[in-house]
Design a protein around this ligand. Structure first.
Ligand code: 13P
Length: 260
């Protein structure tokens, strides 16, 4: 098993003061954990304050979005250079909420992926189907389309520098998690797509996270699946206790696997 990655997506929650308190408590809760990588993605307004707190430790900072340009007249947008400058190593791209509410297309996400890589940010690229697409049994085809277009023109080296998150839209914030079997089916399918396009060596190294109602009581079974390398967590990342627990549980599982 690869070292798991647990990433917290705070979405549009937390003022600067709340973010500082939360991140300090998370830091204290996970400081002993070495067998799991951790990323925290607060809203833009809290990045600078959270960055200062994380500066001396292993927890990495991420942003939730960027605009695909270095700078310019794009009112309300934030560039990759700006988030890099404030200490971000990661950036979430193509989140289902951005696709749904802000009409982001795969081509636009592809532009963002390319510019993030250009500035040595690690994109966490989300793909996943809606409930209707799952019910119509189109989910593999939909995810393949997102995969092909979001990763268009990327080289093997590029792919090795990003993280994929499978986020089925129907499981986000609904309390409905994909079963470990449903997650594993899609993760192994994504691994197969990677294999076909970039070869087995690359495919085996790319981290594929699961996102959608991940909580301390379901992480164990999810992360035990061979192709689930970690989680992108929304709601449960907003409380220090549940997020720290997720990190500890993922690390424990990776130790168990290492002993096998
Ligand atoms: P929830 O964990 O709240 O379902 O959110 C998942 C998500 O969208 C993470 O990016």
């Amino acid at each position: 098993m690869k070292k798991p990655l647990i990433a917290g997506n705070w979405k549009m929650f937390k003022t600067v003061d709340e973010a500082v308190t939360l991140v300090q408590t998370i830091k204290a809760g996970v400081y002993k954990v070495t067998d799991c990588d951790v990323v925290i993605c607060p809203p833009f307004t809290a990045l600078a304050a959270v960055s200062k707190i994380l500066a001396d430790g292993p927890i990495a900072l991420g942003a939730q979005n960027i605009y695909p340009a270095t700078e310019g007249a794009f009112t309300g947008e934030i560039s990759p250079i700006m988030i890099k400058n404030v200490g971000c190593r990661y950036v979430i791209l193509g989140h289902p909420e951005r696709r749904q509410y802000f009409h982001e297309t795969d081509d636009f996400i592809n532009e963002k992926v390319k510019i993030a890589l250009k500035y040595s940010l690690i994109p966490i690229v989300c793909i996943g189907e809606t409930l209707a697409q799952r019910d119509n049994r189109q989910f593999l085809e939909v995810v393949k389309g997102q995969f092909d277009q979001s990763f268009a023109d990327l080289t093997k080296e590029d792919i090795l520098r990003l993280v994929i998150a499978y986020e089925p839209v129907w499981a986000i914030g609904t309390g409905k998690t994909a079963t470990p079997e449903q997650a594993e089916q899609m993760h192994s399918y994504i691994r197969r797509l990677l294999n076909e396009k970039y070869g087995g060596e690359v495919a085996s190294r790319v981290l594929i996270l699961y996102g959608g109602s991940v909580k301390p009581d379901n992480i164990g079974l999810l992360i035990r699946k061979p192709n689930v390398d970690g989680a992108l967590v929304g709601g449960a990342s907003l409380k220090a206790e549940s997020f720290s627990q997720l990190v500890v549980l993922a690390a424990e599982q990776s130790k168990v696997e290492a002993r096998k």
